[in-house]
Write a new protein. Structure first.
Length: 229
């Protein structure tokens, strides 16, 4: 009998004593989403960083610095190089705006970059991409090797379809089929092929940075529908 009572006391849960005045924090998931690191300050932290802040603000005006800027500005030198590179991609290429924005929108879909889609899909429409084409960009599974439609897709121009499948293969898998490269070269001159390739590479970097750190706290919300853009 004594042994049985002793063993039952060993396995019985013992009441926890909580000292008066100590706050016990409960784990909950009710907090608002936050970027995974704090944002850098809106104002330059020192005089060395001031010209960098000013260069980025110049490219953004009349808008203020955006969350992406304030994430990158943890390292002003990196933010400065990023600003110069993306600025050239945005404003100093001969690639038509509709093809550029179509490619960026497709990257956003493939990489689940909500903010990138919401911004650049609207710009694609403004640049002349039809709602039908943009809806297909949003809905269509990635075009893998051996899946290219040689006759293109309904509603797409030859240029639009070539850009989309080139973007798909650069973004998912990285290796681009020879036939896809030739398709792009048949509709774009060499300089534009280089510019398209740089654009796809650049905006894959942008989307991966946005999503990995949840810049702008967008990861938990859905992308806008085409009719909402």
């Amino acid at each position: 009998m004594f042994l049985r009572l002793f063993l039952s006391n060993l396995v019985r849960p013992q009441p926890r004593t909580i000292l008066s005045g100590i706050h016990v924090r409960t784990l909950a998931s009710t907090t608002s989403p936050k970027m995974r690191v704090p944002y850098a300050p809106n104002e330059p932290p020192n005089e060395e960083a001031r010209p960098i802040y000013e260069r980025i603000a110049e490219r953004r005006k009349p808008r203020p610095l955006i969350p992406l800027d304030l994430a990158l500005l943890h390292n002003p030198a990196v933010a400065d190089g990023w600003n110069s590179f993306i600025g050239a991609i945005r404003t100093k290429t001969s690639l038509p705006a509709n093809l550029k924005e179509l490619a960026i929108s497709r990257i956003a879909v493939l990489n689940h970059a909500v903010h990138e889609w919401d911004v650049h899909a609207a710009l694609a429409l403004k640049a002349g991409v039809s709602k039908q084409v943009l809806q297909t960009v949003f809905d269509l599974p990635v075009t893998r090797h051996g899946e290219v439609e040689k006759e293109g897709l309904l509603g797409f121009s030859k240029e639009e379809y070539a850009v989309m499948v080139y973007t798909d293969q650069m973004t998912v898998g990285v290796q681009v089929e020879d036939g896809v490269a030739e398709m792009v070269k048949s509709v774009l001159e060499d300089t534009m092929v280089v510019e398209l390739t740089a654009t796809v590479a650049a905006y894959n970097a942008v989307s991966r940075f946005l999503v990995a750190l949840d810049v702008g706290e967008c990861n938990d919300r859905g992308m806008k529908k085409v009719d909402e853009l």
